[in-house]
Design a binder for this molecule. Structure first.
Ligand code: UDP
Length: 251
């Protein structure tokens, strides 16, 4: 599998078809696979905060969710084959789960949102076995009960949408206890699935402008978007001044 480095963090250069094949293999072998979907903001944070970096490095696959990563890879002359977003991957995995009668668990988002996301998923994927769901605003002392519920539900796939880096930390901390074959960080995907938020038009997704659409719909994202210029600056600096991005290798 092709791996490149952006700001010292390895990113897997995979296509959607390859990620799906990898996920299916994980489920068949009943491994405990963790897939993370970093974007430029989280990658920049990780490059400055070793605790966040350590969490990201625990993933079995780090796939390029954001167009910022696609840009950085191309700029470094180590291009990635395509952008594979968490939401698109979740939808493709739900297609597969419905077809194969697999059990899925949804974790994250506001209580009414996750409820609506479950209803929408049941309508979109008839036959999908949603074996449980839980909103993402629980306290530390509720956590053990939630983990027990997930274990009892025995999902083959667990989708975790609690925002970065909370969802990544949570998955890493609990992966062995949960023993779910496939865990995927999906950010705000339940907001879209529920119908509460719409996704950017395809032309905006394709032209790398999805972030602008999201900023327009959720102006509070401005704080995290402010990390984009320093991300670009760090990538440029690394290419021209540090020369550290040697990492284009096979794994
Ligand atoms: N969220 C959550 N618990 C929290 C904080 C956030 O479940 O403690 C949810 C929030 O309701 C939203 C998602 O996590 O559905 C975060 O979405 P965002 O678009 O910020 O994801 P990111 O871009 O960070 O992946």
């Amino acid at each position: 599998m092709r791996v490149i480095e952006i700001l010292g963090i390895s990113i897997h250069g995979v296509t959607m078809a390859e990620v799906l094949a990898y996920a299916v293999e994980c489920i068949k072998k009943r491994n405990v696979c963790l897939i993370m979907t970093p974007n430029a903001e989280i990658l920049y944070t990780a490059s400055r905060t070793s605790a966040v970096k350590d969490v990201l490095l625990e993933a079995d696959l780090r796939i390029p969710d954001g167009s910022g990563l696609i840009w950085a890879a191309r700029f470094q002359e180590t291009p990635l084959p395509e952008r594979v977003t968490g939401i698109d991957l979740m939808y493709r995995l739900l297609d597969y789960a419905a077809e194969q009668k697999m059990r899925v668990f949804f974790l994250g988002a506001h209580p009414d949102t996750i409820q609506k996301a479950v209803t929408a998923a049941e309508e979109t994927w008839p036959g999908l076995r949603i074996c449980g769901w839980q909103h993402g605003y629980f306290s530390d002392h509720e956590e053990s009960v939630i983990i027990e519920r997930i274990k009892q539900a025995k999902p083959e796939m667990l989708f975790v949408g609690m925002g970065a880096p909370r969802q990544e930390e949570w998955m890493v901390r609990n992966r062995h206890e949960l023993n779910v074959p496939l865990m995927l960080g999906v950010g705000g995907s339940f907001d879209v699935l529920s119908g509460n938020l719409s996704r950017a038009p395809v032309w905006m997704q394709k032209s790398g402008l999805e972030w602008l659409f999201r900023l327009w719909r959720e102006p509070k994202r401005i704080r995290r978007m402010l990390l984009l210029p320093p991300f670009v600056g760090a990538v440029v600096k690394e290419k021209y001044f540090t020369g550290r991005h040697v990492g284009d290798h096979e794994k």
